[in-house]
Design a protein around this ligand. Sequence first.
Ligand code: NAP
Length: 249
Amino acid sequence: MKKRLLILGGTGDAIEVAARAAQIADIEVISSLAGRTKQPLTPKTGTVRIGGFGGAAGLAEFLRCSPIDFLIDATHPFAAQISANAAVAAAECHVPHLMLVRPAWEAVEGDRWIEVASHSEAARALSGHSRRVFLTIGRQELAEFAGLEDVWCLMRAIDPPAQNTLVPHGELLLARGPFSLADERELLLQYQIDTIVSKNSGGAATYPKIIAARELNIPVVMVQRTPIPNVERVADVSGAIDWLIQQLK
Ligand code: NAP
């Protein structure tokens, strides 16, 4: 009988894990998405379920009822709640659990980073210093920047913010990565951006804006990650597949 793998997704890495895990003969893949974006990119292999589980308890019930044999958390590094829930649920149900955590970006020569611990701290860092800001943090934390005076924001997100959400003064740009260096450079120049706000997401898909900022000597307010659960982890898709193969032995 096949072993069932649950992949917590919402990232390109999760889609790649699903594709590669589905090629393993003894594995049945179930991918899970939160359901945040209207037209999510979904894995082409295995089944996909969409929507929250109902906290750690709901996820534990899902692990027991499905039943799930292995859990790979390949969610975004800033999706802290689902990762915390996964750690609790997997431990409770004794389901082998792995986190795929792509390494954070590190500043290199020429980068002008202002590292902050939260989006509210990022907003405070802009106040009085920046006039034309590129907010590349998605739509969920836009309200943190809504109170800024004398700051115009270019806000990039996949979907528009929910109705009645406070958003900063500026323009909304709906787009989904990956983004090329040439396009990022052009965007920064076209909108006369003087500061970028970014999450330290890691990975290649959204890194070109960081290179473009370096080239144009533009400061980046970089929101740091919060600590993640202390569980087994790998840094890339190949590591996750190796772990899975190891579990099957
Ligand atoms: P979050 O704050 O960690 O999670 C909030 C709640 O959303 C969770 O408690 C869970 O609801 C549900 N949820 C999150 N991911 C889920 C998944 N893969 N499958 C089923 N339910 C899920 O997450 P978030 O930061 O809002 O991110 C939501 C999703 O977008 C994640 O899957 C993440 O990979 C993806 N994403 C996030 C970011 C980001 O910057 N945060 C960027 C790119 C992609 P219940 O408690 O009801 O189970």
